[in-house]
Design a protein around this ligand. Structure first.
Ligand code: T5A
Length: 209
């Protein structure tokens, strides 16, 4: 019997509904008697959360694209070794709000960093660890941006980017889904929440057998 847990990631551009759906997915897995650890990137450990704060709210000094991507992977290395790998090894499932597909989309698509460089860092930091399932919540960029803007609070460093940036982010996500159709399932997220959640359950079910 394979006692290793499954690794599920949730991806998509701004305001697609990841945070909204995390508790729903957690409750669904618990209702199936599956122990689940919920976490997020960047973040998930004390040090990685400090890096998150630097990445999202550093406004005093321009953050270079190289510094940004290296900080993303530094946080990821901490998170993998202190949270994700131990949980999976104990047979727990891990539900992570964003992971390396976000680096391809934001740093690769958004910032224009080389996808080969990202792939190299992915292999360096993760070795062969990849998610078992990625739920890519997809909405038109204008819809996601409008949703994010309607939320209370200030926009962070990424949310303050322009439409073109998010179009490139979305395009790389869709390219990733085309490249890895077995792992990445696209969920049409510009529908009523109940419809979105039905689609999420449909994508989760094959993992439960
Ligand atoms: N990042 C991250 C990188 O650049 N590289 C990386 O490698 C990684 C890991 C992290 C930032 O870091 C960047 C990307 C991000 O910019 P974050 O907090 O994880 O930030 O991500 P955000 O996208 O900023 O999170 P948001 O909270 O903006 O988006 P969510 O979580 O997708 O959206 P959510 O659930 O808050 O929903 C937004 C609004 O829409 C409503 C909700 O009620 C909410 O008001 N909504 C719906 N409305 C109608 N119909 C539906 N079906 C709805 N679903 C949700």
């Amino acid at each position: 019997m394979n006692s290793k847990g499954k690794f599920i990631t949730l991806e998509g551009g701004e305001g697609v509904g990841k945070t909204t759906n995390v508790p729903f997915i957690k409750d669904y897995l618990l209702s199936q008697n599956i122990p689940v650890v919920v976490t997020r990137e960047p973040g998930g450990t004390q040090l990685a959360e400090k890096i998150r704060d630097l990445l999202l709210h550093s406004n005093d000094e321009a953050v270079t694209s190289h510094a940004e991507i290296l900080l993303m992977f530094a946080a990821r290395a901490q998170h993998l070794n202190h949270v994700i790998k131990p949980a999976l090894a104990q047979g727990q499932w891990v539900l992570c709000d964003r992971f390396t597909d976000a680096t391809y989309a934001y740093q690769g698509g958004g910032r224009g960093m080389s996808l080969e460089a990202i792939q190299w860092l992915e292999n360096f930091v993760q070795a062969d660890l990849r998610p078992d399932l990625t739920l890519l919540l997809d909405v038109p960029v204008v819809t996601g941006m409008a949703r994010a803007k309607n939320r209370a609070g200030q926009l962070d460093r990424f949310e303050s980017e322009q439409l073109e940036f998010f179009n490139r982010v979305r395009q790389v996500y869709l390219n990733q889904a085309q490249q890895y159709p077995e792992r990445i399932k696209i969920i049409q997220a510009d529908q009523a929440l109940t419809v979105v959640q039905q689609a999420i359950v449909g994508a989760l079910k094959p993992l439960l057998v």
